[in-house]
Design a binder for this molecule. Structure first.
Ligand SMILES: NC(=O)c1ccc[n+]([C@@H]2O[C@H](COP(=O)([O-])OP(=O)(O)OC[C@H]3O[C@@H](n4cnc5c(N)ncnc54)[C@H](O)[C@@H]3O)[C@@H](O)[C@H]2O)c1
Length: 351
């Protein structure tokens, strides 16, 4: 069965949705595009898509069953509600809204109209994330307790509308949503505290270099970092577990796991060890013969699984993978991160 969809907002990500769906999802057909820019409509027409002259024209098109919204963030809510009220099933780009209460409004309309509402949290299918999640889930290095998740660029400014508060710009609402969503989908425990440092280093309006610390009820703590001015990058992921340490250096998923060798028992003398940085017992370097390196586990993953699931849901065969209630938890953590930054302290919670 073929399902027909339309896209609202045909910029960078809207074009990606068109390309991905057209190339990889045979059961979905993109019929047309609505955008406020004529240039974007012209581009759609040149690809053989129908350029809707108005939102009303798109909403009135009975052939269109599903709409993907890929506009700047502040338009997601009114467009999603208008689409559901017109009988369409809806996917919104992330961040679904600018705060949790706006998302609650959308969820209420989804329940009232019985329309599907999902959020394009595609980074749940990133390879680096799937690897760290496998190490975490399968306890390949024992019980995990400290996780660092970092994305570090060096272009300094947030690009275009992402630099404006009114549009829902800023790093927390941009990459922050992805990194928080990834951790909350991996660590199955309530978030019990949030501390955020949201620096506006190159923008007057929005945060552009940020750190967020999340503590979970199961004693796992995570540090998230998103920078726009970092010239020496840390690993994408670093995870400390009771029986070893995992590192994924980059999106190409170079990295390793390191464990203690079972047969290389080492007797720690109680003597002070003299290092280049002076005497220390606690930080004495471990001899390499006591450790072994393991390759990262293999995973296969594909971003288009997001849309395959949507088709499965439309046909009543599958349960929705990216649920609005999951996004609501993320938005509650985001709300608290903004509050924590304003109050300059960590805040307790149960999310
Ligand atoms: N999931 C991801 O990995 C990912 C990656 C990039 C962007 N995004 C999200 O996608 C959305 C779009 O980002 P982008 O980078 O494509 O931005 P963009 O600026 O490249 O494109 C936005 C498009 O929306 C159009 N637009 C603006 N207001 C509109 C309105 N009211 N009605 C119809 N069209 C309108 C613009 O003309 C433009 O063509 C954002 O929510 C962003 O957070 C997600």
């Amino acid at each position: 069965m073929k399902h027909t969809m339309a896209i609202i907002g045909f910029g960078g990500m809207g074009s990606w949705h068109y390309q991905n769906v057209t190339e990889k999802i045979p059961d979905l057909r993109v019929k047309g595009v609505y955008d406020i820019r004529q240039e974007a409509l012209d581009k759609a027409a040149s690809l053989g898509l129908h350029p809707y002259a108005s939102l009303e024209e798109l909403l009135a098109d009975q052939e269109v069953e599903l709409v993907t919204i890929a506009t700047p963030n502040d338009f997601h809510k009114p467009l999603a509600i208008a689409c559901m009220r017109a009988g369409k099933q809806v996917i919104s780009e992330k961040p679904v809204t600018l705060n949790a209460s706006e998302l609650e409004e959308i969820i209420a309309v989804s329940k009232e109209t019985g329309r599907l509402f999902s959020i394009h949290q595609n980074r749940r299918w990133d390879k680096d994330y799937r690897i760290i999640k496998r190490i975490y889930d399968e306890k390949l290095l024992g019980t995990p307790y400290f996780i660092e998740s970092k994305v570090q660029g060096s272009r300094q400014a947030m690009h275009g509308w992402r630099g404006h508060k009114q549009n829902g710009g800023g790093m927390l609402l941009d990459w922050g949503v992805h990194l928080i969503d990834q951790l909350m989908m991996m660590i199955e425990a309530p978030v019990v505290s949030v501390e955020a440092h949201l620096l506006c280093m190159f923008s007057d309006e929005v945060d552009d270099n940020i750190k967020v610390m999340l503590r979970f009820e199961n004693n796992v703590s995570a540090l998230l970092e998103m920078s726009t001015n970092c010239l020496i990058n840390s690993p994408r992921w670093h995870m400390q577990c009771l029986d070893g340490t995992a590192e994924i250096r980059n999106w190409a998923c170079e990295g390793k796991m390191v464990q203690l060798k079972e047969d290389a028992q080492m007797k720690w003398e109680d003597d002070i060890v003299y290092t280049e940085a002076g005497p220390t017992r606690t930080m004495a370097p471990r001899p390499s013969f006591t450790m072994k390196e393991l390759p990262l586990p293999e995973v296969t993953t594909d971003w288009s699984d997001y849309y395959k699931n949507i088709v499965g849901v439309l046909e009543g065969r599958e349960e929705l993978l990216v649920k609005p209630e999951q996004a609501l938890r993320v938005m509650k953590v985001i709300d608290l991160a903004f509050a924590s930054n304003e109050q300059r302290q960590g805040l307790p919670c149960w999310i």
